[in-house]
Design a protein around this ligand. Structure first.
Ligand code: ATP
Length: 323
C-alpha cells in the first residue's frame, strides 16, 4: 500500500458532477475486456459491488487484478464492456468523481521532510469537503505522531499515512492495492483494524490481496480472478462451495487402539499419520459413527478436530494450486 494517489489531487475539486451517490450498486462491470496490444488479459469480467461492501479481489500473479482495479479507478482505459463506478464511467472521470475516490497504491515516494500533519493537511486542501486532519489521523491511528517527519516513520506507520492521505478527501470508495504486503503480523493486524474502522464508516472498499487470511478477516465478498476471468465470487464462508465441502476429522489414536478398529466410512477410512489419524472427505454420518464408537468403547478421542477446507484450500483448488 503506497501513494495515496487520489488521482491528481490538484484536480479534486467540485465541478458540479451529479453522479448518483445513492444507488446501492457502487461498482458495476459488464463484459469488461482489456487488451495490451494483441493480447487480451481480461476476457469479459462481470461483477457488481454494493455500497458499504468490503470486496477482496484475489488471484495469482498476472491474473489481471491490477488491470481491473486500475480501470475502475479511471487510470486505465478498457478495450470493451461497460463499467460504472459511483454511477459514472471511469474512462471519462470528472473532478467531482475523482474527489469521491480514494486510492492507495502499492508503493510511494513522499516528501520525507514534511510532517504527518503537514502532508495530510496539504492533501486536505485539494478536496471540496475534506475530513478534518485531526479526525483523519485518529482514524488511522496516527494521532500520537502528528509532528513526526514522513521520513522517520516505520513501514507500518508509513502505510497508515498513505491511508490517511487517501481518506482526508472523505471518499465514498477506497481502492487498496495489496494493503499489507511486506508487513509483519502485528503491523498487518493493525492495518486490518484501520480497514475495519473504515467499513464501520460505511465506505465501500475494494482491495487486492495475496493473503487469504486477509480476505477472510476483512471482506464481505471475495472475487477470484484467474487468467483474466472471474472463476468464483462469494462470501469468504461460501466461496467455491466451501460451506458444503466435506470435512477432515483428525484426532490422536487412543492408546491400545488399532486404526482397523475404528468405524470405517463409505467415503474411505481413517489413515494413520504418525501419532494422529485423519479422515478426509468426511460427512456427518462419519462423525456420528465415530462418536457412537467412542461411547460403546468408552474411549476418548484426544485432540479431536473437525474442519472444513480453509479459504486458502478453496483458493488453491480454484486456481489449480497456483498462488
Ligand atoms: P500481480 O498479482 O502480479 O500484481 P495482477 O493480477 O495484478 O498480477 P496485472 O498486473 O493486471 O495482473 O497483469 C495482467 C496481465 O497483463 C499480465 O500478463 C501482465 O504481464 C500484463 N500487463 C500488465 N500491464 C501491462 C502493460 N502495461 N503492458 C502490457 N502488458 C501488461
Amino acid at each position: 500500500m503506497g501513494v495515496p494517489a487520489q488521482t491528481n489531487p490538484a484536480e479534486a475539486v467540485a465541478d458540479g458532477d451529479t453522479a448518483d451517490a445513492r444507488t446501492s450498486t457502487v461498482v458495476d462491470v459488464k463484459g469488461l475486456t482489456m487488451h495490451y496490444g494483441d493480447i487480451e488479459v481480461l476476457h469479459g469480467i462481470d461483477l457488481a459491488i454494493a455500497r458499504g461492501d468490503v470486496c477482496a479481489i484475489v488471484g495469482p500473479n498476472g491474473a489481471g487484478k491490477t488491470t481491473l482495479v486500475e480501470i475502475l479507478e479511471g487510470y486505465r482505459t478498457r478495450t470493451g464492456g461497460a463499467v460504472t463506478v459511483l454511477g459514472l464511467d471511469p474512462s471519462h472521470p470528472t473532478r467531482a468523481w475523482r474527489s469521491r475516490i480514494g486510492i492507495v497504491l502499492q508503493s510511494c515516494e513522499m516528501p520525507a521532510a514534511l510532517t504527518v500533519w503537514e502532508l495530510v493537511e496539504r492533501f486536505a486542501g485539494y478536496y471540496p469537503q475534506p475530513r478534518p486532519v485531526a479526525e483523519t489521523l485518529e482514524l488511522v491511528g496516527l494521532s500520537d505522531r502528528p509532528n513526526a517527519r514522513a521520513g522517520t516513520l516505520s513501514g507500518g506507520q508509513q502505510r497508515r499515512l498513505d491511508v490517511a492521505m487517501a481518506l482526508v478527501g472523505d471518499p465514498d470508495v477506497l481502492f487498496l492495492d495489496e494493503p499489507t504486503t511486506g508487513f509483519d503480523p502485528s503491523a498487518r493486524h493493525q492495518a486490518w483494524d484501520v480497514i475495519t474502522g473504515l467499513r464501520e464508516l460505511g465506505k465501500t472498499i475494494v482491495l487486492t490481496t495475496h493473503y487469504m487470511e486477509e480476505a477472510e478477516a476483512l471482506a464481505d465478498r471475495v472475487i477470484v480472478v484467474v487468467a483474466g476471468r472471474v472463476v468464483a465470487d462469494g462470501t469468504p464462508e461460501t466461496l467455491g462451495g466451501r460451506d458444503h465441502a466435506p470435512s477432515t476429522i483428525r484426532f490422536r489414536l487412543p492408546e491400545g487402539v488399532n486404526v482397523a478398529q475404528l468405524p470405517s466410512s463409505h467415503n474411505g477410512g481413517f489413515v494413520a499419520d504418525r501419532d494422529h489419524v485423519t479422515m478426509t472427505n468426511a460427512d456427518l454420518d462419519d462423525l456420528e459413527a465415530l462418536i457412537a464408537w467412542c461411547r460403546e468403547n468408552t474411549r476418548p478421542l484426544p485432540g479431536l478436530t473437525v474442519e472444513r477446507p480453509s479459504l486458502e484450500d478453496v483458493y488453491l483448488e480454484l486456481t489449480g494450486g497456483v498462488r
